[in-house]
Design a protein around this ligand. Structure first.
Ligand code: CAA
Length: 398
């Protein structure tokens, strides 16, 4: 295997939903002090999918600009990571392959391990490219985070997709060896097959996350990884942005540093700008943090970025990457900001209606109204089959 081959993220594109619910709206409904949401968990608003949006439409919307820019040549694998799968059998990525018009000579598979699966997809892509550097892998993560109405988790919902083209000689981020990995069998957050909303042991899940920081970091250093001070910024999995602060403080303390708030803010600040507005996007969350960092920080060429990916249950991974000089010419910052800012605010009643909506399971035909203005939409459920359509190219965000 060519040890000095640079492999990493060549292009990165995000998408989110048509609608947004602000935390002010939620707080006004449930009587919560808004400071708890804004300061206590670090969230301002959450993306809410329209009834004709789901992980497939968001995933296709995120990936289309990548195919428009680079073509499909050399893409022989599409990995689709998600917690909020739409089918127990068929990979959501197969719908995306069709919507994007990708060739049939492609392997498509769906990966699951709560919020961690996007990283499993990314690392598997790196392995495939080491085997054949001429190939490129399309890694897509998409999720709708859904908790019960009026539960503590409700304020941490959200939805988004990220598409990454992984290749040799990448234009954005070179991914590094080693990785530190960690698995512990815990029930901190889970979703039995018969449920549409997640179950969670809230405070325990925070402790499980922090134990995973220790475990993955310990393995990372044992594998010969960088020192904690080598990194210029830290992208953490962000179920809510305050979690990244807790995690970074915990990591620094574990490494023997008594970090002050300003040092933690410096390491994290650009990584949380999108997540505070989008909410938890599960498998997407850490990569939304990366998009936010690349789009909003000053010059990062040759800087080392740390990644901590956590999926409840639990599996975690700590790894590093280096930003490639000239990366700024390849960013999609305008489209990313637009995807977030053009969401339409909805009131609590509409949010609740969407939250409670479920397709009947009797095999009938259930078309859904046109709501989203993106390039792809779910037209409905017909005889147990989800049907998608591509809309005019005008809506693709380039
Ligand atoms: N002003 C300012 N801050 C306030 C406040 C106020 N008026 N009222 C409360 N706060 C602070 C609290 O002090 C607390 O901060 P600290 O944790 O720093 O002490 C914070 O706001 C939250 O308050 P509570 O703990 O009382 O809130 P809660 O009981 O409503 O639950 C939660 C919070 C457990 C995170 C809940 O939102 C939840 O269950 N979320 C889903 C689970 C989750 O995200 N877990 C994270 C780790 S698991 C993971 O990462 C995987 C994944 O994606 C799910």
């Amino acid at each position: 295997m060519p040890g000095d081959l640079a492999v990493g993220i060549h292009d990165l594109s995000i998408a989110t939903t048509r609608y947004v619910l602000t935390h002010e709206t939620l707080a006004a409904r449930n009587g919560t002090d808004i400071a708890k949401y804004h300061e206590g968990i670090g969230q301002r608003s959450m993306s809410v999918p329209a009834v004709d949006e789901d992980i497939v439409t968001m995933a296709a919307a995120a990936a289309a600009p990548i195919i428009d820019r680079h073509g499909a040549e050399g893409i022989r694998t599409l990995f689709f990571a998600t917690e909020s799968s739409v089918d127990q059998s068929k990979a959501a990525g197969v719908h995306v392959q069709a919507l994007l018009g990708l060739p049939s000579a492609v392997r498509v598979v769906e990966l699951k391990q709560a919020c961690y699966a996007g990283t499993a997809a990314l690392q598997s892509a790196v392995g495939l490219i080491h085997r054949d550097p001429a190939q490129r892998v399309l890694v897509i993560a998409a999720d709708v985070s859904k908790y019960e109405l009026d539960s503590p988790g409700e304020a941490t919902q959200g939805a988004a997709a990220v598409a990454m083209l992984v290749s040799a000689d990448p234009a954005l981020v070179r991914l590094e060896n080693p990785s530190g990995v960690f698995t512990a069998d815990v029930m901190d957050f889970w979703r039995p097959n018969y449920r549409t909303t997640a179950l969670v042991e809230g405070r325990d899940s925070i402790s499980a996350y922090l134990r995973a920081v220790e475990g993955a970091w310990t393995d990372y250093t044992e594998q010969g990884g960088r020192k904690v001070n080598d990194f210029d910024a830290f992208c953490y999995h962000q179920p809510f942005t305050k979690m990244a602060r807790k995690a970074h403080r915990h990591l620094l303390a574990f490494c023997g540093y008594d970090a002050d708030d300003s040092e933690i803010s410096r390491a994290l600040r650009h990584t949380t700008a999108y997540n505070t507005l989008v909410g938890n996007s599960y498998t997407v969350s850490m990569y939304l943090g990366l998009a936010s960092l690349l789009d909003n920080a000053g010059e990062l060429s040759d800087k080392a970025i740390a990644f901590f990916s956590y999926g409840s249950g639990s599996v975690a991974e700590f790894f590093g990457g280096t930003v490639v000089p000239g990366y700024r010419a390849h960013l999609r910052s305008g489209a990313h900001r637009d995807a977030i800012s053009r969401r339409v605010p909805i009131d609590y009643a509409r949010y609740r209606e969407i939250h409670e909506y479920e397709f009947p399971d009797d095999g009938g035909d259930y078309p859904v109204p046109i709501e989203n203005d993106g390039p792809y939409r779910l037209t409905g459920l017909f005889g147990h089959k989800r049907v998608y359509e591509t809309r005019p190219a005008r809506s693709r965000n380039g």
